[in-house]
Design a protein around this ligand. Structure first.
Ligand code: MG
Ligand code: MG
Length: 261
């Protein structure tokens, strides 16, 4: 069932998503070679709770294995999504996708950014750039009257025209009082296909893009998803509202990007 949000609810969603954006920016400040993803998780946990949020990923149920044990997903290099924070130090040249979700005043925020660790090679930088571009192409087309398939089409054609793979098994989603609501938002699709986008619809658009094959593999921990060919993957995510007919980005990369320049 799709829940369209009121103006008041959209503003609550914005507050939750801005907290996610600020949390990701706090994490960005400590990312460098030698830092562990567990240290990043500790910081996220403290920052979210200090700001009255609840880290929604912690304890997220898994029908096939243990509940998710951390506040953020940290997916390094060939890890696509749902990487579990651990004690392995990041290395110069790594990339790490940090996915973060919070509940604030009853509404969810969800956003992900793939960070560079130290100096990353040009080939991988291009993967990150194209994935982020694809996210914005998906957002741009998310106007009232367009359809879910238009978003997937925009993301897919940009990534595949650059020779990259689009993961099929994991998709974006509606979001609101629940982290995952209807409708699913695939990163592939057909123009004009799927559900119509209406004012008040809040969705997370999240391209998961691979340098090689789009085929993936689930690790024995039952969470971590890696590319089958072990080539790197990138993941950028914004939560948006269809608001006054247009896409309104509720999460923010502004504070992260200020640190990058
Ligand atoms: Mg997410
Ligand atoms: Mg999401």
């Amino acid at each position: 069932m799709i829940f369209l949000k009121t103006e008041d609810e959209i503003e609550k969603m914005r507050a939750a998503n801005l907290l996610v954006g600020r949390t990701l920016a706090e994490i960005a400040k400590i990312i460098k070679p030698g830092v562990t993803t567990k240290q990043m998780n500790k910081l996220a946990n403290e920052y979210i709770r200090d700001n009255r949020g609840i880290p929604t990923f912690l304890g997220y149920p898994n029908p096939n294995g243990p509940d998710f044990p951390a506040c953020i997903c940290t997916s390094v290099n060939e890890q696509v999504v749902h990487g579990i924070p651990n004690d392995i130090p990041l290395h110069d040249g790594d990339i790490v996708s940090v996915d973060c979700g919070v509940l604030l005043d009853g509404y969810n925020g969800d956003s992900c950014y793939t960070f560079q660790v130290g100096e990353v090679c040009e080939e991988v930088k291009k993967l990150l750039r194209v994935t982020k571009e694809a996210l914005y192409k998906g957002i741009e087309i998310a106007t009232a009257g367009n359809r879910v398939g238009d978003i997937g089409w925009a993301v897919q054609q940009h990534c595949e025209s650059n020779g990259y793979g689009v993961v099929r098994e994991f998709v974006g989603h509606g979001i609101g009082k629940e982290m995952h609501e209807d409708p699913p938002i695939p990163n592939y699709g057909r123009r004009g296909g799927g559900k119509m986008l209406k004012n008040g619809l809040c969705i997370a658009i999240e391209p998961m893009i691979t340098m090689g094959t789009h085929e993936i593999y689930l690790m024995p921990d039952k969470w971590t998803v890696i590319t089958r060919d072990r080539k790197p993957a990138a993941h950028f995510e914004h939560t948006i509202a269809i608001h006054h007919g247009k896409p309104d980005i509720l999460s923010s990369f502004k504070e992260i990007e200020m640190l990058e320049v």
